[in-house]
Design a protein around this ligand. Sequence first.
Ligand code: AMP
Length: 217
Amino acid sequence: MRLILLGAPGVGKGTQGMKLAEFYSIPKLSTGEILRNEVNSKTELGLHIAEILKKGMLVSDGIVEKIVAEKLSNSYGNGFILDGFPRTLHQAVYLSEILQELPVDGTFVINIEMNFEKLIPRLSNRVTCADCVYTFNGDITDVKLMTCPKCGSKNCYQRDDDKKESIIKRLAVYDELTKPMIDYYRNQRCWIEVDGDNTIDFVFNSIIASIKQKIVV
Ligand code: AMP
C-alpha cells in the first residue's frame, strides 16, 4: 500500500503518518525530516537549504524529487507513506511517473483539511521531540522542561520554522504552490479527504475507515 499524505503545515500529517506506519507496518518517508537532518548534519546540501527551511520556503523540485526517487528505488518495496511530498504540481506529476515503475499497488491520497486560522496557534505551540520526532502541543516558553509523551525523552525543542514569521510564510507558500496541486488528485479514485479539526484518534479512524471502504468497493 502507498499512502500520500497531503495538507497544510500543522494539520497533523506527521502524527497521522506515524500512526498509519505502525498500523499498516510500512515505513514513513518525510521529506521535511530528511531535509532537517541534512541541515543539522551540516552537509553540503544542508548548508545550501538551511535558510530556505528557516524562512518557510520550498526547496527546489529538482532536489526533493531526487531524494524521493533515490529513497523509493532503494527500499520501500512493500509500500510506504509519504509525508510532505509532493508539495507542487511538478512533484505530483513526477511522483506519478515513479509510482508506475514500482511493484507495490494500492495508492491512496489522503488530504487532511483544516482552516488556516486554527493552524497558526497549533503550529506556534508545537513542540518536537528530537529523539523520536513526535510532535505535541505545549507551552513553548518551557520547551526545555518538557518530556515527550511518546518516548519519554527530555530532548524537546521548537522547530525554527514553527516561529511566527515562518508560519505565515509557510501557509502562504501552501496556498500559492501546494493548493493548486490538490486539483490534480481531487477527481482521482484514490482521493480521500478528512477533517483535521478533530482529535488525533478521530482523524486516524476516519482515514482507516475511508481506506477500507475504497478497498471493498
Ligand atoms: P515539513 O516537515 O513537511 O513541514 O517540511 C519542512 C520544510 O522542508 C518545508 O517548509 C520546506 O522548506 C521543506 N520541504 C519539505 N518537503 C518539501 C517538498 N516536498 N518540496 C519542497 N520543500 C520541502
